[in-house]
Design a protein around this ligand. Structure first.
Ligand SMILES: [Zn+2]
Length: 368
């Protein structure tokens, strides 16, 4: 029996989305009484955004080194302390945002603003930092505080490579399935409570939105323009998925993602790409109806998400690697144990192999 948990949900304080909302950053810093802020960003993201800080002299750019590790967070904390910064901005992709969030927390719970330049994960709204080892393998989670503000500039996102938007749909694809698993099993959400009705409804809306608007949003991003469909998918990938996973809960898809990080050939795949395949594996693992599996396969193939291990860069999966991945996804405390079916590495390995075959056969039939 699972213990009865209080209903619990967590949210960022402000969410703003639209073309050029990055221009609101200096005002938001002022509203937080942060006269000195550190902006963690890669060189390209900083180049595109630095003009928005004109007139706000005390903003310092710290280049991001590429992985959200404990060592990287320690380096950022040192910079925050050395510069006496009162707020931290994460400008860029999921790993930049995670590093900035974790560092703001470790530096003494400073206000954190997340400003994603891609819609590739649901990291921007949450209080969770995913920490990796320097070799790219999953290390653990750090729970802190939701951002004081989330600024999603859709004009910037429309100009980013389309692969990121697709990966974001992969992350968003898992949200409803994992929240639904937690609701059924009574497992804890990421906040440590049981799911609110709002979180369940948001997770379902997330799924419906990417299915309805995904293809048109993709076209907009390929054309580098902002359309209503793109706005809706960006909201689904960022806000709906973020609230849905945090207050709805995680289950098999993210645990399988964490296991897949143990396979070196998958290292070039983005978080949401591995999560999307994790959804398929999770559906097989939990005995989902064939119609549901077909629906997810069709969506993935339509928008360009992986449906098999080869799509993730693992052309010839070695059994020992898949075994290591399966064992890692069943580690104690992993969210796979939130499923209502009994789970063990053998069953995950079987589901991995079966899902891989289903995906390959789907591709063969579709001629893709
Ligand atoms: Zn995710």
């Amino acid at each position: 029996m699972r213990p009865e948990l209080p209903i619990l949900a967590q949210f960022p304080s402000i969410y703003r989305q639209g073309p050029r909302v990055l221009a609101h950053l200096p005002k938001i810093l002022d509203s937080l009484n942060a006269s000195k802020a550190l902006v963690l960003a890669g060189p390209r993201a900083w180049e595109g955004a630095k003009s928005f800080f004109h007139g706000h002299a005390d903003v310092t750019h710290l280049p991001f080194t590429g992985e959200c590790t404990q060592a990287e967070m320690d380096r950022v904390v040192d910079a925050i302390r050395a510069g006496n910064h009162q707020a931290v901005v994460g400008l860029g992709g999921g790993k930049v945002i995670d590093t900035a969030r974790g560092s703001a927390w470790l530096a003494g719970d400073l206000p954190f603003i997340s400003a994603p330049t891609v819609a590739s994960t649901d990291a921007p709204t949450s209080a969770t930092t995913v920490i990796y080892n320097s070799d790219g393998t999953f290390s653990g989670y750090l729970r802190s505080r939701n951002p004081a503000a989330v600024l999603v500039d859709t004009a910037v996102i429309a100009r980013a490579p389309v692969r990121y938007l697709i990966a974001g749909m992969g992350d968003a694809l898992s949200t409803w399935f994992e929240a639904e698993s937690c609701r059924r099993s009574g497992a804890s959400n990421v906040c440590g409570g049981s799911q609110t009705l709002a979180a369940g409804a948001i997770a379902r809306l997330c799924y419906d939105t990417i299915v309805a608007d995904g293809p048109c949003a993709l076209t907009a991003c390929k054309t580098q323009v902002v359309t209503p469909a793109l706005e809706r998918v960006v909201e689904a990938n960022t806000l709906l998925s973020g609230l849905g996973f945090e207050s709805g809960g995680l289950a098999s898809a993210h645990a399988i993602h964490n296991g897949l990080t143990r396979i070196p050939a998958c290292h070039h795949a983005l978080h949401g790409e591995k999560v999307a395949f994790g959804v398929l594996v999770g559906l097989v693992l939990t005995g989902a109806p064939a119609s549901r599996i077909q629906e997810v396969l069709s969506f993935c193939a339509l928008v360009g998400l992986p449906v098999c291990l080869a799509d993730l860069g693992c052309e010839q999966p070695q059994e020992h690697e898949l075994r290591v991945a399966s064992e890692a996804s069943c580690a104690p405390g992993e969210s796979i144990h939130h499923e209502s079916v009994a789970v063990c590495p053998e069953r995950v390995l079987a589901a991995l192999l079966a899902a891989d075959r289903l995906g390959k056969e789907f591709r063969e039939k579709a001629g893709t």
